[in-house]
Design a protein around this ligand. Sequence first.
Ligand SMILES: [Zn+2]
Length: 426
Amino acid sequence: MDERRTQQREAARERQRIRRQRLREEERQSIRDRNRQRMQQKRRNMSQDERELHLDHLRNRDHVRRNNMNMEERQQFLENMRNRDHVRRNNMNQQERQNHLENERNRVQRHRNAHNMERQIYYIGAMDVQCQFCRALRFQREQLNCCHNGKVMLPPLQDYPENLRLLFDANNAEGANFRQNISNYNSAFAFASFGANIRPPPGRGPYCFGLEGQTYHYASNLHANDPEERRYGQLYIIETNKAIHNRVNAPENANCLVSVFQKINEALINNPYAAAYHNMRDIEQQDQERAAIENVSPRKVTMHFIPGPDRRTYNNPSGNEIAAIFVGDDGAPPVHRDIIVYPIGQQRERIAYISCHLDPMVYPLLFPNGELGWHIQIVHVAQRQTRVRTKVTMQEFYSYRLAIRDGFSALHRAGKLLQQYIVELM
Ligand SMILES: [Zn+2]
């Protein structure tokens, strides 16, 4: 009897599984909604005892499940939870967010009460104190070295591309996807590769970017050995649709959207590094045409990024101002060279930690207009220079950049990407 019933149940389950597979996504969604409502109704009708019992059951089930996980499954589980929470938070409207925060506060309070934890409050005041020199905001009881008392004054970053700015605020699937995968989108458009041993800290909690050991950055060659493997700068010299195709098909970008790739592509239209790679390609092509006419072999074309740009243009350089292109082995190379980009092959250039090109080449979504990072030529405000020290140090530069000021700042909205950037700076 029992056996027959089990068989019947199995068969029913199988039928249901097949039916579900046939359903389209919307239908599936509506069933999910119905189930959710049914569960909510059921929960509402429960007595207090039943509810306790039910919660106990759920807790035990989760506990057993978690205990049976191996390390990798646990990491994956935590990552999924984090992603789920992140997406959920991003899709909330103002009211839902308020409710969510209130619930979280209550939950923490209940936990504290249950464990007799005394809540210690240390209040640092509101973030409404503005620096008289650079307008940076700080908390009332915070010590902040935003501009070293007016000694450092950097030109503001150029206007952030409007279509990307909207993605930071968009309350839709595209916006949520952009924010969730911002590091992937950034790497897909970077001009240099980023190598590091990425080790997020264990346990639950907010997203945390962790690194172990050293980081490496390499400027990409002009051409890839295999056209299907085009990456970084190499994607800027081919046709837009092809480049987007390459980016979408990279395995690490499986969660990324074509529409977002298109928007980023449009936003980087004036990027000086994209222009520099383009220039190099044009010059290479010209030399190949000349060689074909003269029936000689084409010369080697290399691009040399300029280390200390002209002070007048250090904030918004053009392609010609950041790089010089040399044709032939006998072309006079610059005395001071920063990064060399080669046409093709195994040879590739590591970008120095102190190079001013590192920030814009590695973080195009933070600096879409190619704003340079720190370099030696930036000087203190004339009236506040001392006789010994006139140059802005690296620490002063990044303290200034990372301070919060009024107005939109992609840097401070970039979430995971901001964390990566800060960790790399340290
Ligand atoms: Zn200041």
